[in-house]
Design a binder for this molecule. Structure first.
Ligand code: ATP
Ligand code: MG
Length: 279
């Protein structure tokens, strides 16, 4: 990327802690010091340039969603700053909200309403004209492989993957400038997964969107992302192009290094016994 491309997202020294709730504990074990904070995001800094597809990889609980939620102004960082196209997420929350859109598996919908009703509701929040929105909704849902009749069935009758497609459609409806995709393809069948991936690339290529996505799919990260940050226990342990990351890991057993090898090496996780590869 050239230096004269604007910075879409700038995360500087962001830290987010949570106080673990005590949960169900035995009363006699309760003591004053048990509420230990968890550092979910630990002094994270990076920049994403306009038009980039930037990936975040990391084990479960490494802080990916927390980071995304901080950028989406849903959580306040304890330390550090985040700017979206130069707008500070705390001081200029409304400006930032207009520039971003977030998709996550825990998408909230009116479950008794249909995808069309839910999406029209979302479109109106963004000030889209109803007739144009309706057409665009049908077009996007079709592109994501959802049948036309499914657009008019209650959400609660749909499978998880179908609901996720509706969540993705909602983000794509408003032509966001910075799209935050938290595991957009987790739980989708292979065809749907590819449809979403194609759509993501098209949004960047045709609509000039900048995309930050988290994923557990190493092939997806490799194929889609210009650069990838690997998080482990809240910290960035590596940040590079997929090719650059793979170059850091020595070839083992003569096979081509994959991002999965990089993940294993950098996050210090070992394949559990019984899952170990042969040879
Ligand atoms: N609302 C919360 N209250 C307390 N702790 C939280 C909260 N949200 C996240 N955490 C903790 O912060 C850490 C990071 O969680 P986060 O959801 O960001 O991980 P993740 O990388 O998205 O994981 P996954 O791959 O499973 O989605 C975990 O230790 C988690 O328990
Ligand atoms: Mg997560």
């Amino acid at each position: 990327m050239h230096d004269n491309v604007p910075i879409a997202l700038e995360v500087t020294d962001v830290t987010k802690r949570f106080v673990k709730s005590e949960g169900l504990r035995w009363p006699w074990k309760r003591d004053g010091n048990s509420r230990k904070p968890v550092v979910a995001v630990d002094r994270v800094s990076f920049q994403v340039r306009r038009g980039e597809i930037f990936g975040i990889l990391g084990p479960n609980g490494s802080g990916k969603s927390t980071l995304v939620r901080c950028i989406a102004t849903l959580l306040l960082p304890d330390e550090g700053t985040i700017a979206v196209f130069g707008h500070d997420v705390l001081r200029e929350e409304m400006a930032v909200k207009r520039l971003i859109n977030r998709v996550s598996v825990e998408a909230s919908f009116f479950k008794k309403l249909t995808p069309m009703e839910n999406l029209l509701y979302g479109a109106r929040l963004y000030g889209l004209e109803v007739r144009a929105a309706r057409e665009r909704i049908l077009e996007i849902l079709a592109r994501l492989g959802l049948k036309r009749e499914d657009a008019f069935r209650p959400m609660e009758e749909m499978s998880r993957g179908m609901q996720q497609k509706v969540a993705i459609a909602r983000a794509f409806l408003t032509q966001p400038i910075l799209l935050l995709l938290d595991e957009p393809t987790t739980g989708l069948d292979p065809r749907s997964k590819r449809e979403v991936q194609t759509f993501v690339v098209e949004l960047r290529n045709v609509h000039d969107a900048t995309i930050l996505l988290t994923t557990h799919d190493m092939q997806e990260a490799d194929a889609l992302c210009d650069r990838v940050a690997v998080l482990d226990e809240g910290r960035i342990v590596a940040l590079d192009t997929p090719t650059g990351l793979k170059a850091r890991v020595a070839r083992a057993n003569g096979h081509e290094v994959t991002l999965e090898d990089v993940f294993m090496e950098l996050t210090g996780k070992r394949l559990r016994e019984g899952e170990q590869r042969e040879g």
